[in-house]
Design a protein around this ligand. Sequence first.
Ligand SMILES: NC(=O)c1ccc[n+]([C@@H]2O[C@H](COP(=O)([O-])OP(=O)(O)OC[C@H]3O[C@@H](n4cnc5c(N)ncnc54)[C@H](OP(=O)(O)O)[C@@H]3O)[C@@H](O)[C@H]2O)c1
Length: 236
Amino acid sequence: MSAKTRVLITGGSRGVGRATALRLAREGAAVALLARSRDDLNATARAVTEAGGTAITVVANIGDAAAVRSAVDAAIDALGGLDGLILNAGIGVHGPVETYPLEDWQESIATMLTGPFLVTQAALPALKAAGEARIVAIGSGAAYAGYANLSSYCAAKWGLRGFLLALGEEVKADGIRCCYLSPGSILTDFGGRTVAEKRGQPGKAFLQPDDVADAIAYLLAQPAHVWTQEMNLWPV
Ligand SMILES: NC(=O)c1ccc[n+]([C@@H]2O[C@H](COP(=O)([O-])OP(=O)(O)OC[C@H]3O[C@@H](n4cnc5c(N)ncnc54)[C@H](OP(=O)(O)O)[C@@H]3O)[C@@H](O)[C@H]2O)c1
């Protein structure tokens, strides 16, 4: 994709989404950042602007169909189209199945499975109009295994993987290449564990958010005749 790439990043305010916004903006992309916290979005948009890039923000809960529709429409209007979509927003709520609250289950599925469907549905006309576009969904090792006390996370990420692989077949003729990118553990405040707590774990390796951002930038830059369907990124 060219330096004029226009990219919508869900969960673009913190962690991997923030690192990706800064990375893509350095390459000349204009980014639209979607999340719930306006303050976090504004802080990241400021950082992008200070680095010489262009960022716009849209506030929405990704599980809210009406809010997503108007946020994605506003992002496409502001960017003047869309060449890339990064489905990155996520949460990690631990707990055993036996006592897991239904609302936590529903929030996990809404954030990491229904939300990506809603954003994709709203973005597809613009991505198709671009003639050549990329969708990258941030998965997890939890889409290839079962982790105790993370059943809702595993279910959502396995589901997201199925959704992305099916979508990839559906839109390949429209010039859209879909990739399910699964990172191992990343040094972000995520899933109830802070960066400081993660750093304190002896013998455990982590990715930096920038490592994932670099992989996303690589996927967006691939030529149209190359389709990376899945990518696993592991810290060692
Ligand atoms: N951290 C890890 O170890 C790890 C490992 C493998 C995969 N991943 C995946 O990587 C992705 C990014 O994780 P991260 O570590 O960067 O997490 P993070 O720092 O907690 O960032 C999560 C982002 O998602 C947004 N978000 C959460 N719920 C949302 C909702 N309902 N609607 C809209 N936005 C929402 C958050 O903003 P608001 O809260 O303001 O909405 C924030 O911008 C996730 O999909 C995660 O599953 C993470």
